[in-house]
Design a protein around this ligand. Structure first.
Ligand code: PLP
Length: 452
């Protein structure tokens, strides 16, 4: 028998039965799959003893490292008591305590928690609830949604419809509801010399005009506060959210904040909306909610929305939406342990220090001939690669330079997964000095390799 590595053996068997997400499977004829045996802190270990620094928090979910002892023990303790129970007609302590904690942390007025099991499902819930609210309140004509260009809200058909990343959406367009799209306040596109604030404010004119024209038929505006993550980590100023809150109130339209990626400290505050001092009508949370442990999502909304569904059963006004694993106790226990860590370790404060170290670590790339911009909001730092920094001419997408960088980084023991030609750092909050140094070095050399 051939002496193959454990990695190769597992990869071979895997490629015979598993269909991987967001992947052209044919790529794996050439590109080795990376089987992971265990994780510890910011490191992932394969079966042959190599390790990889998880610089993207395993798709933006992990906050405090893999196999975190505190979250592990909370999940273990819950496992011995109750793994799952139906949440209709029944309840349990973890879901109750989590709801109390979340409503205590969120902006005042967000007081009702509705659970689901993925980010996309949370977006579906918010979209259905908003439409249904207006129906119950006697406005059945409010059934459209306003969304920003380049936004991303998930992959199920409703979530895909209210998003705008062409690569994921275009093929399915014939299946999707028709939405109203407004240009993004994306500050990469600002005029030279224009501030983020001035640009975001100017871009709001499009939203104002659209609301004035379509408010009658619109249920809600949905946005990713401050950072359009899947759309290439494009960022904008909080002023846009303040203006949006005011305009939505004036026009009688809901505001849905999709904080699935940016919630739980990613943008420097616990929730991104805090930076605009605004309270959405719905906030969608997932990803970091369980510290990256288990699938769970929640839509938190107001008493006004809750009240529109609260009536005698025979009025048929209830929100009859459910998922089998709604409010799973193990996932809620992981979420509670995650919130404990935020509190005990004063994570928001210590992240300010780490975010500043990230700024410094990336600064050397600012003048690189293939870097048109380095931008950062809190714990998200993105580097835009272009073929010519002066003209900002993009690379041809077929050249797949991001993939070259991905492969180089893996060979150096770092997991980076560029979005097209945008390289980004979105690390777990426990990244130490040495790990950041490795990340910066591998990113710098990787950009040279990818742009050569
Ligand atoms: C990841 C993401 C989603 C979808 O969440 P899933 O759990 O992958 O379904 C929705 N919105 C935003 C902003 C996201 O980043």
């Amino acid at each position: 028998m051939q002496d193959r590595s454990r990695n190769q053996e597992i990869a071979r068997r895997d490629l015979g039965v598993v269909w991987h997400p967001c992947t052209q499977m044919k790529d794996h004829e050439r590109l080795p799959l990376v089987p992971i045996q265990r994780g510890e802190g910011a490191w992932l270990y394969d079966f042959d003893g190599r390790r990889y620094l998880d610089a993207i928090s395993s798709w933006w979910v992990n906050l405090f490292g893999h196999a975190n002892p505190r979250i592990n023990s909370a999940v273990r303790a819950q496992l011995d008591r109750l793994e799952h129970v139906i949440l209709a007609g029944f309840t349990h302590e973890p879901v109750l305590r989590l709801s109390e904690r979340l409503t205590g942390l969120l902006p005042d007025g967000l007081s009702r928690c509705f659970y689901a099991d993925s980010g996309s499902a949370a977006v579906e819930v918010a979209v259905k609830m908003s439409f249904h609210y207006w129906l119950n309140r006697g406005s059945p004509g409010k059934k459209r949604f306003i969304t920003l260009g380049n936004s991303y809200h998930g992959e199920t058909l409703g979530a895909l419809a209210v998003g705008d990343v062409e690569l994921y959406k275009q093929v399915y367009q014939p299946l999707l509801m028709d939405v109203i799209k407004v240009p993004s306040p994306d500050c990469y596109l600002r005029e030279t010399g224009e501030s983020w604030e001035a640009h975001s404010q100017r871009m709001f004119e499009h939203m104002e005009r659209t609301l004035a024209e379509h408010a009658q038929e619109t249920a809600a505006v949905i946005v990713e506060p401050l950072v359009q993550c899947a759309g290439g980590m494009r960022m904008y100023h909080p002023v846009y959210l303040s203006l949006l809150r005011e305009a939505c109130d004036r026009h009688g339209v809901h505001l849905i904040a999709d904080e699935i990626a940016v919630g739980f400290g990613r943008t420097g505050t616990m929730f991104a909306c805090e930076q605009a001092g605004m309270r959405p009508d719905f906030i969608c949370l997932s990803k970091g909610l369980t510290g990256g442990y288990l699938p769970l999502s929640v839509v938190v909304t107001t008493e006004d929305v809750f009240g529109a569904f609260y009536d005698d059963y025979t009025k048929l006004s209830a929100f009859l939406h459910s998922h089998s694993y709604t409010g799973n106790p193990l996932a809620c226990a992981a979420a509670l342990a995650t919130l404990d860590i935020f509190e005990a370790d004063e994570v928001i404060a210590s992240n300010k220090v780490l975010a500043a170290r990230m700024t410094t670590a990336a600064a050397g790339l600012a003048e690189h001939p293939n870097v048109s911009e380095i931008r950062q909001t809190g714990m998200i730092l993105a580097i835009e690669l272009v073929s010519d920094r002066r003209t900002r001419a993009p690379f041809d997408w077929r050249e797949r330079r991001g993939l070259k960088l991905y492969e180089y980084a893996l060979s150096r023991g770092v997991l980076l997964r560029p979005l097209g030609h945008v390289v980004y750092w979105m690390p777990p909050y426990i990244l130490d000095h040495e790990q950041l140094g490795l990340l910066a070095d591998v990113t710098t050399r990787g950009i040279d390799v990818a742009c050569a």
